[in-house]
Design a binder for this molecule. Structure first.
Ligand SMILES: O[C@H]1[C@H](O)[C@@H](O)[C@H](O)[C@@H](O)[C@H]1O
Length: 642
């Protein structure tokens, strides 16, 4: 079994110093004490008085504080920040394309097919190359993979910014996609393996904070360069070279993951790296514990054959894989990228008619996503992964329902078509059959052309869209922006409505619920739940599931909307989130504060029984010994468990 019984005294200098005399006052005199953590959360120390427990709790808090101060050198933060640049590039490269496309399609005269290909190629390349990332990770280690990812990002950025035509653009987008795939699975693992247990959740979550930061930066850059009609897109796409180069140079100096080094038998090097990242802490115990775990894990995992096969045939890793991939799948099925992509349209529904203003305001959506991810960084070590994810997906489910209700109300009060064009070309088109705006705008071949006077709609018609650009109609008064007189508007995929505030409220609540938990936790939890021998492959599979569902959800959205209407699509996402809640409630154990080497034990029992024994609060009896004194298990560091 992989939960280790470490058989020696602990020598945590800081703790023993602090405990010294003060501890004698509250000790019950024995070498060991039995500390019972009841599920109610109350702690009763057998034989101790209430005053003693209170003093003990004070002492524990003080010890934990000093202990943590001692063991967290700034180097770990530097390492996490440079690694998380991979997350920044993930967010930037997936976010920047929508703004760049507005300029690109005009300048290179791109057909709708080419636009779709260029938009989805990066995510598709990431999905297809996910397993490659896992393989490279196991073979060359985390550091080389991050160097490789930043190299791909940089080369991709250069190709994109200098592209002479659409074929070169496609090549650039594919190169960036491979970088994305390697970075998205390596960075969380590298940070998790280098962090001390009490900070691991927070530092890995910083990577998702950088993803959303990248998306926000991309929307600002898109807004700023949208004024540059010629070559603006070259700057938008090319600016990713800056963080790419920065990360590459940084990683020339940063160390390999100590856990990977130990696994490869490079023990001296591993000790050096551990000392470097643990500062003044004694690393012997951590080093021994990692080494023992690796040996035991390898025995436990049994058998030969490809890692994925061994993972699937060994129950704890199989269960971990189901949980990890399930989390990533539900993250995407709850529609985050559709909501982000659709935010500009939602804003247009609320009355923002100016395209540029809509681009800038869409930046507010990415900012909200970023700010609420920051809340997740703050919460992850306080409330734990399980509660955070459960609360988040429940909120996501409810706000998606609110969004759906908003769309439903808008559909039910959809404005009628009042003018039926006489032009025979228009009269013969399918668009002329629609009597209301709702079915008209849901048909991808048609759009709604109307005049607005205050809050009254006048002379509204349903007309065919221009095949080359959805920005105007094929014929009539909405066919050319110069022809569009004051207060004449072309609504391609929305209807003017007075219920847009409900949709806007749903959007904000959605981001507030999704971003702190469902955004970062799938990445954070995947970086922790696999034993070392299975970590690269497990993360590669989970990242592959994330990218695959990302592309699936984004590509099917418009078709879904056409067949189920917008509210139908959002009710569907909401029910997916509800299913996700049930899955997470049943199957996700709490991994907070445990050593990576201990986590495998959480998957030893039957899958989907976690709801019954809720997380760390259910630990019944815990013994610990610190330098012969009694000490209550720190909530923030399971490493001192004997
Ligand atoms: O965790 C991230 C994050 O939440 C992003 O905002 C989203 O676009 C990604 O698809 C997701 O994987």
């Amino acid at each position: 079994m992989s939960r280790k019984q470490v058989d020696h005294d602990y020598t945590l200098r800081s703790m023993s110093n602090l405990m010294g005399d003060r501890w004698k006052k509250v000790s019950d005199g024995g070498e060991r004490s039995l500390i019972k953590a009841a599920s109610s959360g109350s702690i009763s120390n057998q034989g101790a008085t209430a005053g003693t427990s209170a003093a003990g709790a004070d002492l524990e808090r003080a010890a934990r504080k000093q202990f943590q101060q001692d063991v967290t050198p700034a180097f770990v933060y530097v390492l996490a920040a440079f690694s998380a640049l991979g997350g920044f590039l993930f967010g930037y490269d997936t976010g920047v394309i929508s703004g760049a496309m507005l300029l690109l399609k005009r300048e290179l005269d791109l057909s709708a097919l080419w636009q779709e290909v260029l938009i989805s190629s990066t995510v598709a390349a990431a999905a297809l190359s996910a397993l490659l990332g896992g393989f490279l990770n196991g073979l060359f280690g985390r550091r080389v993979c991050i160097l490789l990812a930043s190299f791909f990002f940089t080369v991709g950025g250069i190709v994109l910014s200098t592209a002479p035509g659409k074929e070169a653009l496609l090549a650039g987008r594919l190169i960036v996609g491979v970088g994305l795939s390697i970075a998205s699975m390596t960075v969380p693992v590298y940070i998790a393996e280098a962090s001390p247990p009490h900070l691991r959740g927070q530092l890995v979550t910083v990577n998702t904070l950088f993803i959303t930061g990248g998306q926000f930066t991309a929307s600002l850059i898109d807004g700023a360069f949208s004024y540059m009609q010629r070559d603006g897109w070259r700057y938008m796409l090319g600016l990713s070279v800056v963080p790419g180069v920065l990360q590459f140079v940084g990683f020339l100096f940063l160390p390999e993951s100590p856990r990977w080094l130990i696994q490869c038998g490079l023990t001296q090097k591993a000790r050096r790296v551990l000392s470097q990242i643990r500062g003044n802490q004694n690393i012997d115990e951590e080093y021994d514990s990692i080494k023992n775990s690796i040996e035991e894990e390898e025995k436990d995992s049994g058998g030969d054959g490809p890692v994925i096969w061994r993972m699937l045939t060994y129950p704890p890793t199989r269960r971990a894989l189901v949980v990890g991939c399930g989390l990533q799948m539900f993250q995407q099925l709850s529609g985050i990228n559709t909501v982000m992509y659709y935010s500009a349209t939602i804003l247009q529904m609320s009355g923002v008619r100016d395209d540029r203003l809509a681009i800038w305001l869409a930046g507010l959506t990415t900012l909200t996503n970023f700010l609420f991810t920051l809340l997740g960084v703050w919460l992850v070590e306080r409330v734990g992964r399980r509660k955070l994810t459960l609360g988040s997906i429940l909120g996501t489910c409810l706000s998606l329902s609110l969004l759906a209700v908003g769309f439903l109300m808008s559909a039910q009060h959809s404005p009628p078509v009042t003018v039926h064009p006489l032009d025979p070309a228009m009269a013969n088109s399918t668009c002329s059959k629609y009597q209301m705006c709702e079915p008209c705008m849901l048909d991808p071949r048609c759009g709604f052309c109307y005049r607005e006077n205050g809050s009254t709609l006048l002379a509204s018609s349903c007309v065919p869209v221009d095949k080359a650009s959805t920005e105007h109609a094929a014929l009539g008064r909405c066919s050319n922006s110069t022809l569009m007189r004051d207060q004449t508007y072309w609504a391609y995929n929305y209807c003017p409505t007075s219920y847009s505030w409900l949709v806007l409220l749903g959007l904000v609540l959605y981001l507030a619920a999704f971003a702190p938990g469902m955004g970062p936790m799938p990445w954070t939890i995947n970086s922790e739940i696999y034993p070392l021998w299975a970590r690269s492959t497990g993360n590669a599979c989970a990242a592959g599931v994330n990218w695959t569902f990302n592309i699936l959800v984004s590509l099917t959205f418009l078709h879904l909307a056409q067949y189920l209407t917008y509210y139908g699509a959002f009710f569907l996402y909401s029910s997916m989130a509800l299913l996700g809640f049930v899955f997470i409630y049943g199957c996700l154990p709490e991994t907070k504060a445990r050593r990576l080497e201990e986590i495998e034990a959480l998957f030893e029992n039957q899958l989907c029984s976690c709801g019954a024994s809720d997380s760390d609060e259910a630990r019944q009896v815990e013994y610990i010994r610190v330098k012969g004194s009694n000490y209550h298990l720190s909530d923030n560091d399971a490493s001192d468990v004997d």
